[in-house]
Design a protein around this ligand. Structure first.
Ligand code: PLP
Length: 402
């Protein structure tokens, strides 16, 4: 297929024209049940009437003014995020990577204004994904994203997942912060044990380091709490959020305590578009839905239901499914055949799932998914897994023949 687009994505030839709740509809009217949600973005489902109304109302009034002027809807959204979290202050961005850039700069600046400008290094964890800018590929540390793009941005030290000895050894006089996703998303839905998160908080407190959580994928209700770190009953000093916070409108945010943010004074950071009136109108509408009574409870219940059903797949198709992971509606199946085989088999059954690192199939549906839709999704997923299992067995039999 000839396309004028830079070929950085290998896309299947599928075009969606509209979406409704957890369903996507192609130009030909074919309906797909979507457990990918635009990579954990469409948190409250497609065409949510409250979001559509918020966006169209704002579109008729004012799109953009720049941050040279006050944006009341942004002030309101920031206040609501502050009220609902550990944070005292918020900077709005257009994407996850930019929220991380703000977090990284803020951590460095904090030490600079605290009299330790030499403390600029940040410890990250293997398997991490923090975005595609030069600093965030350095933070993520993955060779495949760094290769060919010149010298890696200085100041990131990576340690293996769950290795506290390596982490403590990596802390030096130049260390400013520790950065991690409470549940690694792209890395393969790998949750940090809650005890590990608490221990990290303790280490940061003892060593005077800032703790930065990347909740770009795990935040805004995805795990059944507003933010995934709440499960551990600790809080970070700085947190990056994006994806679900805009429900499909491109936006992100960097949240921080007043202390961690104390160096970010007028002129130290900025964004032309970040926090513009359209994004802020949608962000407030998303929060209306996610913070409504019973919404997070719904996510928790659907998560438990789905995980229980998925566990049965491991028992019945041990040749395909190795492990079930995750929390709430951020779930993963570690599989034995290449994960793209399952992704493609699922698509043949009009079910959308996404691959992730560690050979995982990722299930991150819109959080409004119902019990009936979970049952439907499960049936389609099982059919896909069965097809892959049968194909593998047929292959084995053929190989076994003389
Ligand atoms: N951090 C995490 C945990 C992510 O999952 C992602 C995107 O997948 C990012 C950062 C980067 O976000 P964006 O693609 O919006 O820049």
């Amino acid at each position: 297929m000839n396309s004028p687009l830079l070929p950085t994505y290998a896309r299947p030839d599928v075009v969606f024209e509209k979406g409704e709740g957890v369903w996507l509809v192609t130009r030909d009217g074919e309906r797909y049940l979507d457990l990918g949600a635009g990579i954990a973005v469409n948190s409250v489902g497609y065409s949510h009437p409250h979001l559509v109304e918020a966006l169209t109302d704002q579109a008729a009034k004012l799109w953009h003014t720049s941050n040279l002027f006050r944006i009341p809807e942004g002030e309101r959204l920031a206040q609501r995020l502050v009220d609902a979290s550990f944070a005292d202050t918020v900077f709005f961005t257009n994407s996850g990577a930019e929220a991380l850039e703000c977090a990284i700069k803020m951590a460095r600046k904090y030490h600079a204004v605290s009299g330790s400008p030499e403390r600029f290094r940040i410890i990250t964890v293997e398997g991490a994904f923090h975005g595609r800018t030069l600093a965030t590929i350095a933070a993520g540390g993955q060779k495949k994203y760094l290769e060919g793009f010149g010298p890696k941005v200085e100041g990131f030290d990576q340690v293996p997942f769950g290795d506290f000895a390596a982490l403590e050894a990596a802390i030096g006089p130049e260390t400013a912060a520790i950065l991690l996703e409470p549940i690694q998303g792209e890395g393969g839905i790998r949750p940090f044990p809650l005890g590990d998160l608490r221990r990290l908080r303790q280490i940061c407190d003892e060593k005077g380091l800032l703790l930065i959580f990347d909740e770009v994928q795990s935040g805004v209700g995805r795990t059944g709490k507003l933010f995934a770190h709440e499960w551990a009953e600790i809080s970070p000093d700085i947190m990056a959020v994006a994806k679900g916070i805009g429900g499909g409108f491109p936006m992100g945010a960097c949240l921080a305590t007043a202390e961690a943010g104390k160096g970010m004074t007028a002129g130290t950071h900025g964004s032309t578009f970040g926090g513009n009136p359209l994004a802020m109108a949608v962000g407030n509408a998303v929060l209306d839905v996610v913070l409504a009574d019973g919404f997070l409870e719904h996510v928790r219940q659907m998560g438990i239901l789905f995980k229980q059903r998925l566990a049965s797949l491991r028992d019945r198709y041990p040749d395909v499914v190795e492990d079930i992971r995750g929390e709430g509606l951020m779930l993963g199946l570690k599989v034995k055949p290449p994960n793209n085989e399952i992704v493609e088999a699922a698509r043949a059954h009009h079910l959308l799932v996404i691959g992730a690192g560690d050979n995982v199939v990722r299930l991150v549906p819109p959080l409004v998914i119902s019990e009936t839709e979970i049952a439907e999704a499960f049936d389609r997923l099982e059919a896909a897994i069965k097809a892959v299992s049968q194909k593998a067995q047929a292959g084995d039999t053929r190989r076994a023949l003389p």
